[in-house]
Design a protein around this ligand. Structure first.
Ligand code: TEU
Ligand code: CA
Length: 554
């Protein structure tokens, strides 16, 4: 029954907490979150029990894409603080047994990065080949019809040198040319500079795109991708026992194993997004969300749990700074907000892999519906709003797309208490606070022993106590049930059965033979505790629980 024994890693049973610095906590009251604000909340994160913080970019940047456009990789944006404060954050976190994982954004730089400023000067500038330039077509138009993820062409014309440069995101985020060995060395040196400062590893932005083959129109998973990652591993974090997670929207289980099979010396794991994109429209993507289909979602989880069971490692997440809030997408933001938020946490955290908690998820924060497009800040939402409405998409329809999947849903200020601006800042925040902060906030959660916060705290503690949660085999149950996500974890004769009602309905369920009449111990639940099971059970709306038991000898 046991899965192949993996060399144990310090991060195998860790839980990661993602911080979006602009929206976490504003210590100097300029309306923008900062590093001093993060330091002031480390005790709160220690109480939650997390061991790793993934810190979204804090580097110098003109903030065209909120820091995912970096102009100096080895300095801190003034609005976030100073290098000394960053070093203090690393030290203060370590004192609380928390490692800092930095965001590595090297598919592209900012157009204000000195490399690009130089590269634009002339065709024979020594930095020219740090980026991707092509001649215009005979009629002066762009080299090809590649479309940027943020709308418009992926090619921008540069008057000075009469050539186009390539950018997969905004035109102020020119793509780096990873075929240039100088670029590789620059990035490796920068990564070692940060590792020498005591960080615990890197989250790697759109890492699947660095191996692109422009002229063959291969953007992701190009032939050079994995050799580049193996060289990066060898030159930087490979001998440092660091956690590395690559953002790879194009990953399949096969490809994910190439990244995360320890024998290949590439990364610890990847973020894959199949459980996200199944809810998107095949052509119009996230702007025309599709009806939720639990059976489809379960199939995706079972595929990834099963295919990466023995070699490779999964990341587990519902939320991040680009995605809508899970309780709004899969749960209920009204009567059953707390129950559904807890259910989603249990359903995810008992799976095999490394769980990620996005700031605010631990208190059940929800999506937001701002009245006007002018209230939105996200470059992707704004660009696509104007591009799609100009192409005839009705305003209301596009706003529904933004309400459902826009990135600002995840970026409203963290809700610390029910005072002004939710305790995020005394000053007017850079993005409006979600008005439900009066009810949903950390202070209220800490004052309520049965809150979503303490549910996450318990799940994180259980993962440290129950090796089966980390290394146990995953076995799907009730795969065809339209409203219940149930599965087993198995290690030797230890078992955990996990049952989750994804609907607001009461459901009477015939239990699978494997778990009928088991006598066990309740590990966690969001209604009453369950220790022993019979042959059937009636689940309350969004009811969710996990029971540990011994497999009766055959
Ligand atoms: O995201 C990659 C990416 O494709 C998403 O930005 C995109 O929004 C997608 O539609 C998901 O909703 C990474 C970062 O996470 C994101 O914040 C950056 O904007 C992007 O790369 C460029 O650096
Ligand atoms: Ca600030």
């Amino acid at each position: 029954m046991d899965s192949k024994v993996l060399a144990k890693k310090w991060w195998h049973n860790a839980v990661v907490y993602q911080i979006y610095p602009r929206s976490f906590c504003d210590a100097n009251n300029d309306g923008i979150g900062d590093i001093a604000g993060i330091i002031s909340k480390l005790d709160y994160l220690q109480q939650l029990g997390i061991n790793i913080i993934w810190l979204s970019p804090v580097y110098k940047s003109p903030m065209d894409d909120n820091g995912y456009d970096i102009s100096d990789y080895q300095d801190i944006a003034a609005e976030f603080g100073t290098l000394a404060e960053m070093e203090n954050l690393i030290a203060e976190a370590k004192q609380r047994d928390i490692q800092i994982v930095m965001d590595l954004v090297v598919n592209h730089t900012s157009d204000e990065h000195p490399w690009f400023v130089e590269a634009k000067k002339s065709k024979d500038n020594p930095y020219r080949d740090y980026y991707i330039w092509r001649q215009p077509q005979a009629d002066g138009s762009a080299p090809n019809d590649f479309h940027s993820y943020f709308g418009g062409s992926g090619w921008e014309f540069d008057e000075t040198t009469g050539e186009y440069y390539f950018h997969q995101f905004s035109k102020r985020q020119p793509d780096l040319n990873w075929e240039n060995p100088k670029v590789q060395t620059e990035v490796h040196n920068m990564m070692n500079w940060w590792l020498d400062k005591g960080i615990g590893g890197f989250r790697m932005d759109v890492i699947d795109l660095i191996g692109k083959e422009i002229d063959q129109k291969v953007m992701a998973n190009g032939a050079r991708l994995h050799p580049l990652l193996q060289e990066m591993n060898k030159a930087t974090f490979g001998h440092r026992d660091a956690l590395t997670v690559g953002e790879a929207w194009s990953a399949t289980p096969e490809i994910a194993k190439l990244y995360s099979d320890p024998a290949r010396n590439e990364l610890s794991m990847v973020f894959q997004f199949e459980h996200i994109t199944i809810g998107w429209h095949p052509q119009h993507g996230k702007w025309e969300p599709q009806a939720f289909d639990l059976i489809k979602l379960k199939k995706v989880f079972t595929k990834w749990q099963t295919e990466l069971a023995d070699n490779g490692w999964n990341s587990l997440f519902w939320d991040n700074h680009d995605l809508p809030r899970a309780v709004s997408k899969y749960g209920d933001t009204g009567e059953f907000r707390v129950e559904s938020a807890k259910m989603l946490a249990t359903a995810l955290h008992f799976l095999k892999g490394t769980p990620y908690v996005y700031q605010g998820e631990e208190i059940g924060m929800t999506n937001v519906r701002f009245d006007s497009i002018d209230d939105y800040q996200d470059i992707e939402s704004l660009n696509l709003y104007y591009e799609r409405t100009a192409a005839g998409v009705p305003h209301e329809k596009m706003m529904e797309g933004i309400y459902a999947n826009g990135r600002d849903n995840a970026r409203t200020p963290m809700q610390w208490n029910n005072e002004i601006n939710a305790g995020f800042s005394i000053a007017k925040p850079w993005l409006k606070v979600n008005p439900n902060y009066t009810e949903i906030n950390v202070q209220a959660a800490l004052n309520e022993p049965d809150s979503v916060f303490f549910h996450y705290q318990k799940l994180i503690k259980l993962r440290k106590e129950q090796p089966i949660m980390t290394y146990g085999q995953y076995i799907p149950l009730l795969e065809d049930h339209p409203d219940v996500f149930a599965y087993l974890r198995a290690q030797d004769d230890d078992r955990i059965v996990v049952i989750n009602n994804f609907s607001a309905k009461k459901i009477t369920l015939s239990l699978p033979a494997e778990v009928q009449y088991i006598k066990g111990q309740s590990l966690i639940s969001n209604y009453q505790s369950h220790h022993n099971l019979a042959d059937e059970i009636t689940l309350q709306p969004y009811e969710s629980f996990a029971v540990a038991y011994k497999q009766p000898m055959a």
